[in-house]
Design a protein around this ligand. Sequence first.
Ligand SMILES: Cc1cc2nc3c(=O)[nH]c(=O)nc-3n(C[C@H](O)[C@H](O)[C@H](O)COP(=O)(O)OP(=O)(O)OC[C@H]3O[C@@H](n4cnc5c(N)ncnc54)[C@H](O)[C@@H]3O)c2cc1C
Length: 496
Amino acid sequence: MATLTRPPLCPLLSISHTSSSPFTSQFLLPKPTKKVSPRFTHHKIFSKHGNFLDLKPEFHPEPIKFDLNWLDPTSRFRSDVIIIGTVPISGLRLAERISGFGIRVCCVDPDPLSMWPNNYGAWIDELEAIGLDDCFDKKWGMATVCINDSKTKYLDRAYGRINRKFLKLKLLESCVNNGVKFHKAKVWNVVHNEFDSMIVCDDGDELKASLVVDASGFASTFVEYDKPRNHGYQIAHGILAEVEEHPFDLDKMLLMDWRDSHLGNEPYLRASNSRTPTFLYAMPFDSNLIFLEETSLVSRPALSYMEIKKRMVARLRHLGIRVKRVIEEEKCLIPMGGPLPRIPQRVMGVGGTAGLVHPSTGYMVARTLALAPVLGDAIAECLGSTRMIRGKPLSHRVWNGLWPLEKRWTRECYSFGMETLLKLDLDGTRGFFDAFFDLDPHYWQGFLSSRLSVMELATLSFSLFGHASNPSRFDIVTKCPVPLVKLMGNLALESI
Ligand SMILES: Cc1cc2nc3c(=O)[nH]c(=O)nc-3n(C[C@H](O)[C@H](O)[C@H](O)COP(=O)(O)OP(=O)(O)OC[C@H]3O[C@@H](n4cnc5c(N)ncnc54)[C@H](O)[C@@H]3O)c2cc1C
């Protein structure tokens, strides 16, 4: 069994590590165009088209080497809980938690040891609050938001990149120590009896448990909805790249760069960016190694992937960032918002299947890690007790444990945030974030981390209106009545 030693950084992060940046902290100040040095004119040194798009990612996360307790389907082992989908953080974290109560858990996934492919980021305080702040491989003391060419906001909140391998090993180790079984298969179907449920796997195995939890992501067909799924979509293209140089401070991560000066010579792209804006998100690891992601915060229908890549090419060229090697590539499509699944229902959801993605930001990792204990406790209360709560009462308890009424109301408010963002063009979006990050940190931080109560969200809305510029107020008044009416309607429906 692999042992959990600290910290197994991505090997590629050891390319070169310099502690100080040759660039100054002015990188986001109103000086957008960095002069491209003459040596950068030889585009073909780097790639055929003078951009990074034809460079192939060199690194594909390899499966983890770890001895799991594999399920012997012919044995008499009977699970209390089956979790479908254990590659994602949500499934494994829940397995770790409930197995700690002595509940027998079996995790079913086509490839339980595969690595998480994405570059997950989170606010440091979010993981600190749940004792997982050792799970970052890089921390930045501050974050920056570039509103336009002349305005940059410095956010006094530390951010980090999650160390995927370390976190996965940590969760796997606890699971194995707690006796969690793993089964390598894809689940085809879930059948419910009065007091238990059975999954049917693609290898022909049929496994029974008192509760089936679905952590298999948005495409799942096991969790049911009774309302149309009108998601917004976050779509992004990201690369972990070795670059000649980049203009960003090494001690700050770039949360959002809404500048559009790179589109000066691209009238078509500039016009479409004005209607459906994208921003740059960047994690600078050192002066040559950086994660760069062009992101559409939310669009409906999703912005085209090709459009995002073209904007990113133009932006990097304008910033003088020449990509030498693409180390990893990240294609991101996250459905956001939309209705919650029908509550309650026999299959319990966790992660994307339970509506845990933040409707206005697309973040989910920290929230899922924090909520697994809440869900785990509700499950343990039913299955771990002598009361032996099973069947419908069990699913009723666990769904309501995860989504009590107040939480459903707050989710409606976060979804209203998404609907508002969907209505804003580039200028409106800039105005929104300009006002948003001027709020008291309790509010903007609480909003981003889904921590606010309904009353606090109401205060935030009034305060946001107060901080907004006149054009932004006009936007809110003219563009938000429909989402507002929807919000009121949904709040009323949830309360019935
Ligand atoms: C590129 C990208 C970057 C992201 N970055 C961040 C970030 O920086 N911070 C953050 O907080 N969030 C981030 N997110 C998180 C995002 O909000 C959610 O992680 C994700 O979109 C939903 O995750 P999930 O756990 O529900 O399921 P998924 O991640 O979709 O995983 C589902 C898993 O279930 C398994 N599975 C599927 N079907 C079956 C089946 N039939 N039987 C058995 N197993 C099955 C598969 O193995 C699959 O791995 C990112 C997402 C993406 C896509």
